[in-house]
Design a protein around this ligand. Structure first.
Ligand SMILES: C[S@@+](CC[C@H](N)C(=O)[O-])C[C@H]1O[C@@H](n2cnc3c(N)ncnc32)[C@H](O)[C@@H]1O
Length: 277
């Protein structure tokens, strides 16, 4: 494949990006042709397809191929303690506010959606163990979800390289990760067991409804890939997935401004979050 001989006609590029958009909410514009064609070329090679028409028949006949195609399109960039100020806000402001009306032993649910390969969900668990004195007083449930089933499998495996761990203090790495040959580190079993990973599509109302309601949702660095319409849909789904008074944390370039009035802005000392109205 090279720039002079595009793999896809303009119409087929539109068909493929529409397919991904309808399934995920992610909009790949024409200027992403190179990215799109690279992913398609991988899937065509893996399925032995001669051309796009051939690949479309595979997509129609093999129910699992759509998921593999989606897995190849996702951008899984993430790392431990990303935007640490939001974790600080969780232990200093959001959780103290939430448990004001709870009794010891009550359930508090936190959702990392999307969690990619698990760093965000494990960061929440780690952070609370290290920084929230009330962590054992309540029954804290942490769930990680993502549309990408390969990312979920990697999260469950819990093996990380130096880049993913680079923001963690060395004593935290030594305390919660086993050393392995080849320089990777594996999360200790206790921490692995404290986080549950389940695939879920934010754009799918039915799938979202099966997850129940959460007190805090971290939905960071996904809405940047959505267009306005899918952001609005996501806002409605996130609103339903939040318990009354629950908090939503977005990535630092994301906002609910002009997307939804279902949330009110909360300015805490460490971070700005949204609360379900
Ligand atoms: C850049 S990562 C963000 C990970 C993490 N929240 C962070 O901020 O570090 C974006 C993730 O969104 C996931 N994703 C894309 N579309 C999705 C959808 N419709 N539902 C759930 N996850 C989705 C991708 O698979 C990818 O892992």
């Amino acid at each position: 494949m090279n720039a002079d001989t595009p793999l896809l006609s303009k119409e087929d590029l539109g068909r493929l990006t529409d397919f991904v958009y309808r399934r995920t909410g992610m909009r790949f514009e024409k200027k992403k042709r190179y990215y799109v064609e690279r992913r398609l070329a991988e899937r065509m090679a893996a399925t032995g397809s001669r051309d796009f028409a051939d690949y479309q028949s595979v997509l129609r006949l093999d129910g699992a191929e759509a998921q593999r195609l989606i897995n190849s399109f996702t951008v899984n960039e993430t790392y431990f303690f990303r935007e640490e100020h939001q974790l600080r806000c969780l232990s200093r402001s959001m959780l103290p506010e939430i448990v004001r009306t709870r009794r010891p032993g009550d359930l508090v649910r936190i959702w990392s959606m999307p969690c990619s390969t698990g760093e965000e969900a494990y960061s929440i668990a780690l952070w609370l163990l290290e920084n929230w004195a009330m962590v054992d007083v309540y029954h804290i449930e942490i769930v990680g979800s993502d549309i990408d089933t390969n990312a979920i499998a990697a999260a469950i495996e819990g093996r990380y390289g130096t880049r993913a761990l680079s923001k963690l203090p060395p004593e935290v790495v030594d305390g919660y990760f086993e050393s392995e040959a080849h320089g990777t580190r594996e999360i200790i079993d206790d921490l692995k067991e404290s986080v549950k990973f389940v695939p879920c599509n934010l754009a799918d109302e039915g799938a979202m409804a099966t997850m129940g309601q959460f007190d805090v949702i971290f939905c960071r660095n996904l809405l940047i890939y959505f267009d306005e319409e899918s952001r609005k849909l996501a806002a409605r789904h996130l609103h339903r997935a939040l318990a009354p008074g629950g908090y939503l944390c977005l990535g630092h370039t994301e906002s609910m401004n002009r997307i939804s009035d279902l949330f009110e802005l909360c300015r805490f000392p460490d971070a700005i979050t949204y609360r379900r109205c």
